[in-house]
Design a binder for this molecule. Structure first.
Ligand code: FAD
Ligand code: SF4
Length: 480
């Protein structure tokens, strides 16, 4: 840790609440509001060599026409840049903020690979679209023609919302059902506000509602409304429910108090940021302020938890991961951010037991070494005999990943096909399940994935649902 970073952390740990708030504002500014000035955007975009082998475009799941919108930005033709960028992406300002660009477009930039530092594609994309909103270039959704048919979308996450937009433009009556009280799925309740400001998501939800999309919030399909009813009401149905069943740890003491799942912790934090009064935050049970926090896991959700705990004013934050830094699943950029903010990573460390009376007071950790690779090619962690240690903890956050819920059981539809992992099985060309007229997209198909993939799936599924409905209508007419 550099002296500058060390000072930053020590200052925060000892800071008054006002100082912490000021630090948060500065950090938020660094992370999300550091929009380019027109000159910065233009000079950054001008670094694109227009290489003619656009690996960036190939590795963007939406195949965004990156070289063209960079060139237009470099020339100051921002409205045209926005038109090009929004032609392939429903939520460019969101992807520009939270795509792991180092693994996608920017990681494959030819300039990056020649050692000169990537063109910051995500930041330019964000800049273009933020400017478009500010200038009024983002137009209301207009249906090309009104059709009498309707679609039901289960889930208002990025997958469901991207499909909703495309289907509404084609003229369908679009109804979106979501169990949460706000639209956005993990964009609202999973991803922390310091990475993605919630008003950015709300603005898109409002834009969809103004464009004629009907939202039914606080409605859990399979509980408040049956899946069979939904199929009856609509000409086609899209399942975009994401994956929410948290993976758990079975170890002595795992039932102690103050050991919580990551999404519960992040949801409470996000709700608080949105101004909701949440008892678990107010009473301190899901608030890291002043606590020694241990987060278990090495993925991006774990990084979101450690960075949220720092912002809540934790006394210390440690992250335990059973492999080493090079073999962790999370983005290296996120690890670097967390390290800079003062998070201590304990690599090659697996929780062995949780200590304490009623509530947790420490985590006993088994030290690991990396053994031979498994079938997937990743080196397997193996315990080092006799090597264990205790890490004090007042709050333990489990960030071990997510599995799908049992949808056939929840929906009372045993014929809904699922894979052995519980994800919904579809025909990947048509996006349709084996149930006629029932389609599926996003995490519930891929397993925990990325926003940009959910957007891509939603756009593709909309086209396939349109073809399906039109083909059915054609057949019905022929039979008359
Ligand atoms: C903490 C965290 C941080 C992440 N950070 C990033 C990131 O920085 N960048 C990135 O690209 N990806 C990130 N991801 C992954 C990304 O959020 C998901 O891949 C993406 O949101 C999946 O979109 P989706 O539409 O499939 O599902 P979701 O966003 O999960 O939305 C599903 C929606 O369906 C609703 N629903 C579920 N069941 C029902 C039901 N029975 N009835 C009605 N509604 C229902 C839910 O309430 C939810 O609103 C993160 C994930 C987590 C958990
Ligand atoms: S959508 Fe994501 S991967 Fe594609 S250009 Fe934008 S930031 Fe890069």
């Amino acid at each position: 840790m550099t002296t500058k970073n060390m000072l930053k952390f020590v200052t925060r740990a000892q800071a008054t609440p006002d100082k912490r708030k000021a630090d948060d504002r500065r950090r938020d500014f660094d992370e999300i509001y550091a929009s380019y000035s027109p000159t910065q955007a233009s000079s950054q975009a001008g670094r694109c060599s227009q290489c003619g082998v656009p690996f960036c475009q190939v590795h963007c799941p939406l195949h965004n026409n990156i070289p063209d919108w960079l060139m237009l930005t470099a020339e100051g033709r921002l409205e045209e840049a926005y038109e090009v960028s929004s032609a392939t992406n429903t939520f460019p300002e969101i992807c520009g903020r939270i795509c792991p660009q180092d693994r996608l477009c920017e990681g494959n930039c030819v300039i990056e690979q020649s050692g000169h530092g990537t063109v910051t594609i995500g930041s330019v994309e964000k800049y273009i679209t933020d400017t478009a909103w500010a200038e009024g270039w983002v137009k209301p959704i207009r249906a090309s023609q009104e059709r009498g048919q309707s679609v039901g979308i289960i889930g208002a996450g990025p997958g469901g919302l991207a499909a909703a937009e495309a289907l509404r433009r084609k003229g369908y009556i679009v109804h979106v059902y979501d169990s949460y009280d706000r639209a956005g799925g993990l964009l609202v309740y999973g991803i922390p506000g310091f990475k993605l400001e919630k008003h950015i998501v709300q603005r898109r939800a409002d834009w969809l509602a103004e464009g004629g999309v009907h939202f039914h919030l606080g409605v859990r399909v399979g509980q408040d409304l049956s899946f069979a009813d939904l199929r009856e009401r609509h000409d086609a149905v899209l399942i975009a429910t994401g994956v929410y069943k948290a993976r758990d740890i079975q170890a002595p003491g795992s039932g102690l108090g103050n050991i919580v799942p990551a999404l519960e912790y992040l949801t409470v934090s996000n709700r608080t940021g949105l101004g909701d009064k949440v008892a678990a935050y107010e009473d301190g049970s899901l608030n890291a302020a002043g606590k020694h926090v241990v987060v278990i896991g090495g993925g991006d959700t774990a990084m979101d938890c450690v960075r949220t705990a720092i912002r809540q004013g934790a006394a210390s934050v440690k992250c335990l991961y059973r492999r080493d830094k090079a073999n962790m699943p999370g983005s290296q950029r996120e690890v670097a951010n967390a390290e800079e903010e003062g998070v201590e990573f304990v690599w090659l460390a697996a929780p062995e037991a949780f200590l304490g009376d009623d509530v947790v007071s420490a985590v006993r950790v088994q030290r690991m070494r990396l053994g031979p690779a498994d079938a997937s090619g990743r080196r397997m962690p193996q315990p080092i005999e006799g090597a264990s240690e205790n890490h004090p903890a007042d709050l333990v956050i489990k960030a071990l990943g997510f599995d799908p819920e049992d949808l056939p059981a929840l929906f009372g539809e045993p014929a809904l096909p699922v894979t052995r992992w519980g994800t919904v099985k579809i025909d990947h060309a048509s996006k349709m399940t084996a149930l006629p007229g029932v389609f599926a997209v996003g995490d519930i198909v891929r397993g925990a994935s990325l926003v940009v993939w959910a957007v891509r799936d939603g756009r593709d599924a909309a086209e396939m649902m349109h073809r399906y409905i039109q083909a059915n209508q054609g057949q019905a007419r022929a039979a008359e």
